[in-house]
Design a protein. Sequence first.
Length: 135
Amino acid sequence: MDFDLGTIRLFLHLLAVSVWVGGQIVLAALVPALRTIGPDAPKTIANQFNRVAWPAFAVAILTGGWMLGDVQVGDRSTGYQAALLVKLFLVAISGVAAYLHAHARSRVGTATWGAVGGLSALAAMLFGAILATSA
């Protein structure tokens, strides 16, 4: 059993991704119930979540980059390299869409960017699993 800096790094990455992706799933499920509490309840809860979510996103980016530093990407297959590029693109889309979701001024914009952010976050997580199992 290896318990080293790489294990801690992976744990922090998985924890951060769990907060970022899992939190979005939970919030999406709670929105209908929150609306029954009051029209501002979803926004209030989302703002509180953002205090945890954005630092988690930053930790995921930092630990992901740190892990990537240990990979000889040029020595990997074209399939691995393509999957890595797709994952990085999806992570970027997830962050941008979450930002646009938080700053949307219409219900349609909020819903659209929330859906794009959540789906891209899930897809990035899937591509992370693809990369991890294609080592």
